[in-house]
Design a protein around this ligand. Structure first.
Ligand code: GRF
Length: 173
């Protein structure tokens, strides 16, 4: 079935930007942001994609209603920094993907790249289905990323890999 996507963001929106540049970007029907000042909202505006800024606290039932209005049947959490409640996950009829900057199950949560880098462990990216436990759903794809002796370069390469992987997953859906 054709996917109508909602992309959830909280900040820069570099993964959103990578998705908006995709050929199939016309299927991105809505951007949802937990932050009214997210730079990613400017990317949505520039691409003519409607955006919803979430209230504080987030009205997840209201989010479901808006998703229904836009016929959304697939969600990508792309740099989204809020926990999605289990009730929402079970009520939303469609896949929910998340991109995480580590080789899960290693380094869930925040500052993953820096922690793996300092521990001299492999760096990489995981895209997984969103399940009840944070950063725990079935892995869709994982890719290792080259580590340099400079954290900034290593971090940049992880984000580059994220952008490639989110595009791969969306274009295969
Ligand atoms: C990315 O590493 C994402 O995986 C993490 O936040 C970072 C920024 O994402 N959750 P974006 O630039 O806002 O897409």
């Amino acid at each position: 079935m054709k996917k109508n996507w909602a992309i959830f963001i909280s900040g820069t929106g570099s993964n959103l930007g990578a998705l908006l540049d995709l050929k199939g970007a016309q299927n991105i029907r809505l951007v949802v942001s937990s932050n009214a000042k997210a730079f990613g909202l400017l990317k949505a505006k520039r691409s003519g994609v409607p955006a919803l800024v979430l209230s504080k606290p987030i009205d997840w039932s209201g989010v479901l209603k808006t998703l229904e209005q836009f016929n959304i049947n697939a969600i990508f959490l792309a740099g989204f920094m809020k926990i999605v409640p289990t009730d929402f996950i079970s009520r939303f009829k469609g896949p929910i993907f998340n991109v995480h900057p580590s080789l899960l199950p290693a380094y869930p949560g925040l500052n993953s790249i820096e922690k793996a880098f300092q521990d001299k462990k492999p760096l990489g990216v995981t895209i997984h289905h969103v399940a009840e436990m944070v950063d725990s759903g079935d892995v869709v794809v994982q890719r290792k990323s080259e580590a340099y002796d400079d954290l900034n370069i290593s971090e940049f390469l992880v984000h580059l890999s994220e952008h490639r992987l989110v595009r791969e997953v969306m274009s295969k859906c």
